[in-house]
Design a protein around this ligand. Structure first.
Ligand code: ADE
Ligand code: ZN
Length: 326
């Protein structure tokens, strides 16, 4: 069976990865020691044992706690640089990386500290690791639209360091329309637009992400299968879905990976891609996700090729880069 080798070796873009979700337990402990941050876990193993999630919120509580060890520009640089080195071993040739500034600025970390650290690692990635990398600033949807506007304002002095904005955190109860005005402003400013929708939330949230926020990609989007009209819209418009199989399994969106609908999305002609979401928390990087979902759902070499092609089509890289990857 050559499929695992094909999945691993094929060049790919990764479009849905939260940098805070790439902090491995060992790295959390090392940064906590370096920065004098107290952790409520006795050991790396004790922390890892806490990674027993029942839904999105049970994960987010631990994920924001883990991110609390990031204080200095060097911490953000080191985190991004570790991810980029790891991604290169999975033959990722382009990464669009999410970051959650509000989880840092709320602890008193300046916006510039966050963005400069991450951006420096991205800028060095072509030389150091042979891949291109850009940043997407995500607003936390459990916070207010006013706080999102304040975050945008604070980030604008660094606007050349991120290409787009997204929407993440607790989905149910925080529909995309809550952020209509701040996303309208982001569009005026020329940012690319993505949004998490239809991870745990209903198809209506995907409609809102498309029609209200004007999202160019939907992060997750797996609940779209429950709305036939929406499926036709996503297919006809080639609206990419950045799917994260191991995340969906660990957060019990599809408790059994064999029940995951990635193959159905691909076979319906949608531009679905495979991504790691939060690799340190969900048991794998992008190739682990590809291998696991392929084995569990019976993907073919044709699906593998389509996933790689979709990842490049869905990326915000320029036309020249896309032509090189064809
Ligand atoms: N932040 C990090 N991972 C996330 C996910 N899977 N859904 C929503 N917000 C997130
Ligand atoms: Zn995500």
């Amino acid at each position: 069976d050559h499929l695992p080798a094909l999945l691993a070796a094929m060049p790919k873009a990764e479009l849905h990865m939260h940098i805070e979700g790439s902090l491995e337990p060992e790295m959390i402990f090392a940064l906590a020691a370096r920065n004098g941050v107290a952790l409520p876990y006795a050991s790396v193993d004790a922390l890892r044992r806490a990674y027993a999630f029942t839904d999105l919120q049970s994960f987010l509580d631990i994920y924001y706690q883990g991110a609390s060890v990031l204080l200095h520009e060097q911490d953000f640089y080191d985190t991004a640089q570790a991810y980029l080195a790891r991604a290169a071993t999975d033959n990722v040739v382009h990464a669009e990386i999410f970051f959650d500034p509000q989880t840092h600025t709320a602890r008193g970390v300046p916006m510039g500290t966050v963005i400069r650290g991450l951006s420096r690692a991205c800028a060095e990635a072509p030389q150091k690791h042979g891949l291109s990398a850009t940043l997407i600033l995500c607003f936390l949807r459990h916070l207010s639209e006013r706080e999102a506007f304040e975050t945008l304002e604070t980030a604008l002095p660094f606007r050349e360091h991120f290409i787009g904005v997204g929407l993440d955190s607790s989905e149910v109860g925080h529909p995309p329309e809550k952020f209509a005005r701040v996303f309208a402003r982001c569009r005026e400013l020329g940012f690319r637009i993505v949004a998490h929708a239809g991870e745990e939330g209903p198809p209506d949230y995907i409609w809102q992400a498309l029609d209200v926020l004007k999202a160019e990609r939907i992060d997750h989007g797996v609940q779209a299968v429950h709305d036939a009209v929406l499926m036709r819209r996503l297919g006809a418009g080639r609206v990419p879905l950045t799917v994260c199989p191991l995340s969906n399994q660990k957060l019990r969106v599809f408790p059994d990976l064999a029940d995951h609908n990635l193959k159905a999305l691909l076979d319906a002609g949608l531009c679905a891609t495979v991504n790691a979401d939060d690799p340190a928390y969900f048991g794998g990087y992008v190739n682990d996700n590809l291998r696991a979902v392929a084995a569990a759902t019976g993907l073919t070499a044709r699906h593998a090729y389509q996933l790689a092609a979709n990842s490049f089509e869905a990326s915000f890289a320029d036309a020249a880069a896309k032509a090189r990857w064809r």
